[in-house]
Design a protein around this ligand. Structure first.
Ligand code: NAP
Length: 301
């Protein structure tokens, strides 16, 4: 079967695109290697999406998924490995099958960046984690560190501070990118500490993580922080490797597109965190999904 629009990725951008494609009377196939929802599925609380005072990430994406499914979206839990051109459109290859689409929307989002320090891989799952909401409970009443200074790190710190004995926010600068109100909340908590202007040198332990070793930028002194768990939230890398041979990416791997969500290849669109943009929020992911879907629908009509 040939689909009108094949959407790669079932996060907020991809599922919003599916809703708009279906509502335009076209058939969308959504391909997703992991579970639906994307990164926001792990957020315990969303408080900045218009219309919702407070909703969990899981509730939000489940509602999106159900809405798109009710409209007739086809969903397959398969990982896409390649997109190529065909005579009439595009062939999207997964680890399971091949699908033909008249157009494609790349909405694969981004995944957590690694810190790239000795010990990070060795202690992954034994003290090192990239998801506080998934693994935080293992560190109930324990000492934890969270590396990073963006919204993810600050939100994760708030979450961990409710369960852990202590949370130390380890950041390479004094200034934080994350929301000032979250920072203020964290500064008011007795079990939250700040270790700023440092570089993490290594993560060490015997069988499991026990220390985060760092260098202080101002003094040049080396220090060590005793921790049971270290959560890494130092940004993201786009999940676009599989399309690097068909669409133009920037040097960081983001699909190059402006607000019209059009790539350099007619018929291939992109939406959400995997495209070049300055503001990566749920609201902008949903906006991209809308724009990309309507552009794709217009392309295939
Ligand atoms: P981010 O905003 O890019 O922040 C990454 C943080 O990691 C920065 O503080 C950065 O330091 C630091 N960092 C980067 N590379 C590093 C390295 N190699 N070593 C040490 N530190 C490093 O990423 P994010 O927090 O994952 O957020 C991604 C996007 O999602 C943002 O737009 C964010 O606003 C959004 N988001 C929003 C919410 C919300 O609205 N509640 C929640 C989560 C995420 P510097 O500051 O020095 O560059």
């Amino acid at each position: 079967m040939k689909y009108d629009v094949i959407i790669i990725g079932a996060g907020t951008a991809g599922l919003t695109a599916a809703i708009y494609v279906q509502r335009a009377g076209k058939q969308a196939l959504v391909l997703e290697g992991a579970t639906y929802g994307g990164q926001i599925v792990n957020s315990p609380e969303i408080a900045n999406y218009p219309g919702f005072k407070n909703i969990s990430g899981f509730e939000f994406v489940t509602a999106l998924y159900e809405q798109a499914s009710a409209l007739g979206m086809e969903f397959k839990n398969e990982t896409v490995t390649e997109v190529t051109k065909s005579d009439e459109g595009f062939i999207v290859t997964t680890t399971v099958d091949k699908y033909e689409g008249a157009s494609v929307i790349i909405a694969t989002g981004a995944k957590r960046r690694k810190l790239n320090v000795p010990g990070e891989d060795e202690f992954a799952g034994a003290g090192v984690s990239y998801c506080a909401t998934c693994d935080g409970m293992f560190y109930r009443k324990k000492k934890t560190a969270i590396c990073g200074g963006g919204n993810t790190a600050l939100d994760d710190a708030v979450f961990l501070s409710n369960y852990c004995e202590s949370v130390t926010i380890v950041h390479r600068r004094d200034g934080f990118r994350g929301e000032p109100s979250t920072l203020e909340l964290l500064r008011s908590k007795e079990n939250v500490h700040f270790l700023t202007d440092v570089t993490v040198d290594s993560l060490t332990g015997e069988g499991k993580l026990s220390a985060l070793n760092y260098t202080d930028h101002k003094t040049g002194e080396k220090g060590s922080l005793a921790v049971d768990g270290c959560f890494i939230a130092v940004g993201q890398v786009p999940d676009t490797e599989f399309v690097k041979d068909i669409v133009e990416l920037d040097s960081a791997g983001y699909v190059i597109a402006f607000e019209d969500c059009r790539t350099n290849i007619p018929g291939i669109f992109t939406a959400g965190d995997c495209r070049t943009k300055t503001v990566r929020q749920l609201t902008t992911a949903a906006a991209d999904g809308t724009v990309a879907a309507l552009a794709a629908v217009d392309y295939v009509k």
